[in-house]
Each structure stands twice: as C-alpha cells, then as structure tokens.
Design a protein. Structure first.
Length: 386
C-alpha cells in the first residue's frame, strides 16, 4: 500500500514538472526620439509630472535619456501612451501649451482610439477656431459633438455636468459669428432655481436674469475679449434672454443655444424648437438626471428626445462620466450617482413586480410580511376606528 502510494506520488510530481510554467505577460518597448531639446521640458512637465501622470494612467514605465524616451509595458497600454505623447509633441511643435489638462485630454483621446470608440468618427480631430483660441476636443465624445455642430442644423448635447456641452456650443456660435455665417448669437435658459427659492430679485430685466445666465457669460469671455462681449451685447449681436420671452419670435440667421434644457416643460421645449427661422442653427443642451422642475412635472428635454428620435437633420451627442473634463473627482462623483440611480430603478422595478398568485396574501404594512389571518374579522384587519 505504501509502495503504491509512493509511486503514484512520484508520478504526480513528474506530471507537475512536465507542465509548462505560466508565461509572463507580453511586454512591448517603444523608443521615441524628439528633435528639439528645447521643447522636452515642456513635454515632460515640471519635475516630470506629465510623464508621471502618463505612467499612472496607462501603467507603463517611462525612462528618458537625452532626447529619447522609452515606453515599456503591455502592448495595448504602450500604444495608448505612445499616441498620447505624440499628440502632445505635435501641440508643442505648433506653439501650443501643454498643461495637466492637455495631458489628461491626450490620454482620453488615445484611449478612445485604442478602443475604437464609435464616438470618434474622424481621423483628423476637429477643432473650433475662434480669433482668441482654437478649441480642441478633450474626449472622443467631444470630437463627435464638434463634428455634429459643424454638420447639423439642430443638435442636442445630452450628458452630465462638466462634459463641455455648453462651452463647445458657445465656441461654435462665436466661430460662426466671427466668420460672418450668422448675424447674431441667441443664448437662452429657463429661469428655474436649483432647489432653492431666491424670491424677489432687484434691478431691471437684465439684472434679474443675469444670475441664471452666468455660465453663458463665462463661456463667452473665454472666446472673446471682455470689451468685445460688452460691445456685441450692446449692439444685439449677442443676445442673452430668458426662455419665457421667446414666444412669438422667429429666430433667423442666428446661432441659438438653449442651455439647461432639462428644466423646460414640454410646451416650452416645443415653443423654442419652433422658433427656428431661415439660416438658423440650434443647439439644445441639458442633463436629464438634474431636473429642477416641481415634482410630477415632465421634462421637455426627455420628451423631445423621444418624439424627435430619428428625425432627419437633428443630431444627438451623448456624454457620460468618461467625458467629464473638470477635476477627475467629478467623474467619479458622477459615476457614483449613476450607480445609485441604477440601484433605485432596480428596486422600484422589483417593488412593482406582480406577486405570485399562488402565494399567500401578506400584510406588508406590518413590516414582517406575515400572512393575513382569514379568520379575523374585517374590523380587526382594518384596524381600530374604521
């Protein structure tokens, strides 16, 4: 018995030795050579912070010697790091700056290309060119959105806060105004407080609605010098108006933007969409998850997306937490809230699920799901006082 066990044990050991050892993960190494040493410190960042961010995001290892930079790691992650670094180098060669925000943008775009993201439709990434700056997309979804803004007469930008929906729409409007393709820009928003009641606001109409339209002013000042913004507003080339004053108007030869559209009612949304006149382009932006309307009031944005689905000439660009270009923590916050909303929807659907007709009726108000005793009288079941 013991001899048999010993032979079997030795055979098992031989089989174990015959098995091939697990292969190490495939690695790839790429060396980039740069021809302008003066730009290298700008590419690497202060104390090599840009390289550290690339390593942290992609999981590769970067090592530099002279004007050469070696990338080592998993093949697919090496490709992402290489594409991002090449894109940043092209920015420097064009005389553009490279900051932490540009590094994050280059990494997001490279990851989108590596994943064949369908929201990145063009090989040459589109830009919105204004006289003050060229606005480049920072995510694949932004690239698709810029493409839609250039091609479609009416475009919806749907997604969470911080994805650049309004900012890029304002940039496109300013670019078309400066190129003479539209006569004016019309910016509008519904005057709805975010869960607060501000009460009476002093001043004339402009002073009353300015707090609601401040994000639009901020975007304008990024595209135009402050004196130009003031002059164009005074001349009517840029009009900022609350949605309530749009009824009865025809918006012709203009670029019209409706921001925070999730806070419109269905009637307000239909009214705005039907203001479109000859030579006009419209952009409607909003986040259906942040509706500030009274409880029970349907959002005009949600209804418009359902009704207009598939209508020719209307483009819809959708963003998610991957496209948030504010602080990286904002993307994680958006994702956490999205997961919580998903859990709430699943719980609600479970609660509405039909009960098994063969199961005994239970008294859920008791908190224990105890079966209702059919021998009790109706008065006992209804409770005292009934």
């Amino acid at each position: 018995m013991s001899a048999t066990t010993s032979v079997a044990s030795r055979q098992g050991d031989l089989r174990a030795m015959a098995r091939p050892a697990p292969s190490a993960p495939e690695q790839r190494s790429v060396t980039l050579q740069f021809d302008d040493n003066a730009l290298l410190p700008l590419l690497y960042g202060e104390h090599d912070r840009h390289l550290a961010r690339v390593e942290q995001r992609t999981g590769v290892r970067l090592s530099s010697r002279g004007n050469r930079l070696t990338i080592a790691g998993a093949p697919e992650r090496t490709e992402v790091a290489e594409a991002a670094l090449r894109a940043l180098w092209k920015r420097l060669e064009r005389g553009q700056s490279v900051t932490t925000a540009e590094v994050e943008a280059a990494l997001r775009m490279a990851e989108g290309e590596a994943e064949n993201d369908p929201r990145l439709p063009l090989q040459d990434v589109p830009e919105i060119r204004t006289r003050k700056a060229a606005i480049a997309p920072r995510t694949p979804a932004q690239a698709a959105y810029i493409d839609l803004l250039a091609r479609q007469e009416m475009c919806f930008g749907i997604g969470p806060a911080g994805t650049g929906k309004t900012y890029l729409a304002v940039a496109q409007g300013v670019a078309l105004l400066q190129a003479g393709r539209v006569d004016r820009i019309v910016l509008s928003r519904p005057a709805v407080e975010a869960g607060e009641r501000l009460g009476f606001l002093p001043g004339d109409l402009k002073e009353k609605v300015d707090p609601y339209l401040r994000p639009l002013y901020d975007a304008l000042h990024d595209m135009l010098p402050a004196e130009q913004v003031a002059r164009r507003i005074a001349s009517g080339e840029i009009e900022i108006a609350p949605l309530a004053f749009m009824r009865g108007r025809t918006l012709a030869h203009c670029f019209a933007i409706l921001d925070e559209a999730q806070n419109t009612t269905p009637a307000q949304m239909k009214m705005f969409l039907t203001r479109m006149g000859e030579g006009t382009r419209m952009v409607i932006t909003g986040d259906p998850t942040q509706v500030d309307l009274p409880p029970g009031q349907k959002s005009g944005l949600t209804e418009a997306l359902r009704i207009l689905d598939g209508v020719p000439g209307i483009g819809v660009a959708r963003f998610d937490e991957r496209d948030v270009v504010r602080h990286p923590l904002v993307a994680r916050i958006v994702a956490a809230y999205a997961q919580e909303d998903q859990k709430r929807l699943q719980s609600a659907s479970f609660a509405r699920a039909p009960l098994d007709p063969g199961a005994p009726e239970t008294d859920m108000t008791a908190g224990r799901g105890a079966p209702i005793d059919a021998r009790r009288g109706k008065k006992d079941q209804d409770g005292p006082g009934k």
